[in-house]
Write a protein that binds this ligand. Structure first.
Ligand code: FES
Length: 281
């Protein structure tokens, strides 16, 4: 910054001495054409995510212990059994997910370190994964963690109205949790259910084809019953009465079993037994 200021101050003087007859106007022009150098403040990954590490949370430090339950140790064994002994670190994601589920949708620092010990890798290798994937919540979230999709298909189908309904019903904004710890709201990018936009994800489940009214009903159901409503047989719940993504006119395609495709007889161009020679391997 100091160098930039010195540069900006020096150039007009140099121009003025080189061009005495045009000195005032040339100096002014040069001064206005000199761009200052600016810097943006450095951001930590924790600052970039609303659910990044909460440094004020004194119950989430290296001094706190975490251990898997006996039942989850059996899951750990099963997970580790899927990978060859020298590739145990492939289990970082499933074990972090297991730890997060055990802690109520929250991944404490101590759990990351426990996973590192179990897999015999350094802490930083686990931190790298936990801070990269947004599915890991390094800050505590409510019992019902609402992820509201605000990407284009949901946005043009009314996600702003859904957001307003949630904010009004719960009294929180994106990145915040209700004082009773029941709900957290986070606006996210496309969750892959655009065909039934607008939609939200609550914990593991998708609620689709929302209106402000059905969204409020859903939130009240969660508050009163303490649980989410059951999904349809396809594993999501469009709240307009659809079963899946059949659309407002019902199922209009693939209503009958499709005809068996005719087989084309392809002329064999390469004998598979000689493919290596053909490809010059
Ligand atoms: S844009 Fe919302 S789910 Fe894809």
């Amino acid at each position: 910054m100091i160098a930039a200021r010195a540069f900006a101050a020096a150039v007009p003087r140099a121009v003025a001495s080189a061009l005495p007859s045009f000195a005032p106007s040339a100096a002014a022009a040069a001064a206005s054409s000199v761009r200052s150098i600016s810097m943006t403040p450095r951001s930590l990954s924790d600052d970039l995510s609303p659910l990044g590490h909460d440094h004020a949370d004194q119950s989430n430090t290296e001094d706190h212990a975490f251990d898997f339950t006996d039942a989850n140790y059996r899951v750990v064994e099963r997970v580790l059994g899927k990978y060859p002994a020298m590739y145990k670190k492939s289990a970082i994601i499933p074990l972090l997910d297991l730890a997060q589920r055990q802690c109520g949708n929250f991944l404490p620092l101590a759990a990351m370190q426990k996973v590192a010990r179990l897999l015999n890798v350094s802490d930083i290798e686990v931190y790298e994964v936990a801070t990269f994937y947004t599915m890991f919540n390094r800050k505590r979230v409510g019992k019902f963690f609402i992820q509201l999709c605000g990407t284009t298909p949901c946005m043009v189908n009314g996600s702003e109205d859904i957001k307003a309904a949630i904010e009004e019903e719960l009294g929180i904004h994106s990145g915040e949790t209700t004082p009773d710890g029941m709900f957290t709201l986070l606006e996210v990018e496309c969750l892959g259910a655009c065909v039934n936009a607008p939609m939200i994800q609550v914990n593991d489940d998708f609620f689709e084809c929302l209106t402000p009214e059905t969204t409020r009903d859903l939130l009240r159901h969660c508050r009163e019953k303490g649980s989410l409503p059951p999904l349809t047989k396809w594993g999501s719940k469009p709240l307009n009465g659809q079963d899946s993504c059949e659309g407002p006119l019902g199922k209009t395609s693939l209503a009958t079993p499709p005809p068996v495709p005719k087989r084309r007889t392809l002329e064999a161009k390469v004998d598979p037994r000689t493919v290596k020679d053909t490809m010059m391997y």
